[in-house]
Design a protein around this ligand. Structure first.
Ligand code: ATP
Ligand code: MG
Length: 596
């Protein structure tokens, strides 16, 4: 997948493709009965509302000229009745439809979120997160409206139009034909303006998506922005993106503003024609052929006649946009889960801890190999340290053990089982991984530790925290373990975050432990205290430790020096020192630094 950025528009100029709409049927099916009920109610309400001009006609032509008070009162009550019934039916409909559209939003969001959680790291590496967010939040909202109210409205408006025509012809055929003469003019105008509007709104949504992507990136990177005093530059980029949004929006609104005056003009001309034809053209020697009531009724139908046509045009437009959104949503749902359970994947038995790489090749991007033919074996319970220069591939090796990415060739085996043949859940649930950047979720500290074992008791949480030396700083906080931490743990120091992650990992009782720079931000004294806890934690578990501070890994059973896509040296601390190779140089350089 090509990488997308905030600078690139997403393609949204798809032709109207019913395929996506049909596929959306799965989300609508569940609510079909409710929707049909709403439709019937609305149709009924619409038909009742259309009786009004007829009642008016009767009043003008019959009751008033004949001073028939009784008829006038009955007609008045009937007129009021049509309004009341219409209102009641509309209210019932909107209640039903709110439930339906919220249900659809819920269902689609649930599916997208479940799918997003399964997508590999690579998916998130490849696109701005803001553009993923806008799909889950905005696109789903607007699509759900189309799938619920939109669909019903299409049917209703068509019914409405048919009813209006029938009622109108029932009142007077000749004048109705005059009204229909306006249709071709309207059609031409509509086709022109709708096309313009559609393009304009697509541009708006593209620019909004870009702005969203940029904004999201900058909220996350706000600190770096300030550190590098990039505010001014960023503001300029933002202004540009924002300006694009404004420009496209203004164009779209300009077209929107043309619609009603255009329609009104046509409508007024048609109504004038009704009067002219009704009073003059169709008149006979005895005077105008049409009664005042007829002319008023037809004129009233004529003005109602444009509304459904216009609405259908609007719905058509939103459909076009929304179908493009729907395509985005389905595209996200169809995004292949590249790292997924194999067919007939087995369950990883309880891990003893033998880890083996057999001729593993790996690259994040084609043509840029990161690991080349890597092979090694670690026995259960052994501790392995990975050292080497930045970008050598240490984190990559450990992320392959949990199968966060698939290897290009070769195999990763745990206890002799090829990890690509077992379920991800059975594999990962037995691994404890502390990544380079310890992520803290919003919630309490306790919640964050409990993330490792959902049914952990407070006692267990406290014990885990004690072992990793986190208890003292947590207890010193005002609310202790119940202290709220914000998203990404901004209220905690880097070291505190690492200690909490330690407790989280420990409590999950992993069979294989991976510590990627897990102690890099912890001060030397705490680290020393932590060492005992860490030793306890490592007992009986195969452990992989990546650390730049070599004092932390000196006692590991195996130290592997990684460089240039492979293992350059491997052995114990003493063996490697005796070798006078890469490790020796690295180690002596650090010792010198300390001495200096
Ligand atoms: N998600 C990614 N997409 C593309 N390339 C990546 C990705 N992650 C890492 N790389 C590249 O893979 C190589 C190995 O990265 P890795 O993170 O394994 O290094 P490392 O040894 O852990 O380095 P450090 O000590 O700095 O953490 C680097 O050249 C890096 O640029
Ligand atoms: Mg790393």
């Amino acid at each position: 997948m090509a990488r997308n950025t905030y600078k690139q528009d997403e393609r949204l100029d798809e032709p109207f493709n019913f395929k996506h709409l049909l596929r959306a049927g799965v989300y609508i099916k569940k609510y079909a009965v409710k929707m049909i009920f709403a439709l019937v109610i609305s149709a009924l309400g619409g038909a009742i509302g259309l009786l009004a001009p007829m009642l008016n006609q009767k009043a003008l032509d019959d009751a008033i000229p004949n001073s028939n008070m009784r008829l006038l009162i009955i007609l008045g009550i009937a007129l009021a009745g049509t309004v009341v019934i219409s209102v009641i039916l509309t209210t019932i409909r909107s209640r039903i439809m709110i439930k339906v559209s919220q249900g659809i939003i819920y269902d689609i969001r649930k599916d997208i979120f479940a799918h997003l959680q399964k997508l590999s790291f690579q998916y998130y590496d490849d696109r701005p997160h803001g553009k993923i967010l806008i799909r889950v939040v905005n696109y789903v909202n607007s699509v759900s409206d189309m799938l619920s109210n939109g669909l019903i409205n299409v049917i209703l408006e068509i019914f409405n139009l048919i009813f209006i025509v029938i009622f109108m012809f029932a009142v007077d055929v000749q004048l109705s034909l005059v009204v229909l003469c306006g249709v071709p003019v309207l059609a031409v105008f509509m086709l022109w303006i709708k096309n313009k509007q559609r393009k304009a709104w697509q541009a708006v949504s593209n620019k909004n998506s870009n702005l969203n992507a940029y904004l999201q990136e900058n909220i996350v990177g706000a600190r770096i922005t300030q550190i590098f005093a990039r505010e001014e530059y960023n503001a300029k980029v933002f202004e540009e993106l924002s300006g694009d949004c404004r420009k496209t929006w203004m164009t779209a609104v300009r077209y929107n503003n043309l619609v009603w005056p255009g329609i009104d003009t046509i409508s007024v001309i048609v109504r004038a024609a009704i009067f002219v034809f009704g009073m003059v053209v169709f008149s006979t020697a005895e005077g105008p052929a049409k009664t005042v009531g007829t002319i008023v009724a037809i004129s009233s139908y004529a003005s109602r006649f444009w509304q459904p046509i216009m609405n259908l045009g609007n719905i058509f437009n939103t459909f076009i946009n929304n179908i493009a959104y729907l395509e985005r949503i389905f595209q996200t749902l169809d995004e292949p889960v590249t790292v997924d359970d194999a067919e007939n994947a087995g369950i990883m038995p309880e891990i003893k801890g033998n880890v083996e790489f057999k001729n593993v090749d790996f690259s994040y991007e084609e043509g840029k190999p990161v690991l080349k033919n890597v092979s090694f074996e670690v026995k259960p319970g052994q501790s392995v340290a990975l050292v080497g220069p930045t970008g050598a591939g240490k984190s990559t090796i450990v992320s392959l053990i949990s199968r966060f990415y698939n290897v290009n060739s070769g195999t990763v085996l745990i206890d002799g089982e090829d990890i690509s043949k077992v379920t991800l859940h059975s594999l990962r649930s037995q691994m404890g991984i502390m990544l380079q950047d310890s992520f803290i979720f919003s919630g309490t500290i306790e919640d964050n530790i409990r993330y490792g074992k959902l049914d952990a008791t407070e006692e267990e949480i406290r014990n885990a925290a004690k072992i990793v030396c986190a208890d003292s700083f947590i207890s010193a906080m005002e609310d202790g373990y119940k202290s709220e931490v914000r998203e990404r743990g901004t209220t905690l120091s880097q070291g505190q975050k690492q200690l909490i992650s330690f407790a989280r990992t420990l409590i999950s009782d992993p069979k294989i432990l991976v510590l990627d720079e897990a102690t890099s931000s912890i001060d030397v004294q705490t680290e020393r205290a932590l060492q005992t806890g860490l030793n306890n934690m490592m007992k009986g578990r195969t452990t992989f430790i990546i650390a730049h501070r070599l004092s932390t890994i000196k006692n590991c059973d195996i130290i592997m020096y990684i460089d240039d896509g492979g293992i350059v040296e491997a052995g114990t601390h003493e063996e490697l020192l005796a070798k006078h190779g890469h490790y020796y140089h690295l180690y002596t350089a650090q010792m010198d630094e300390k001495g200096a």
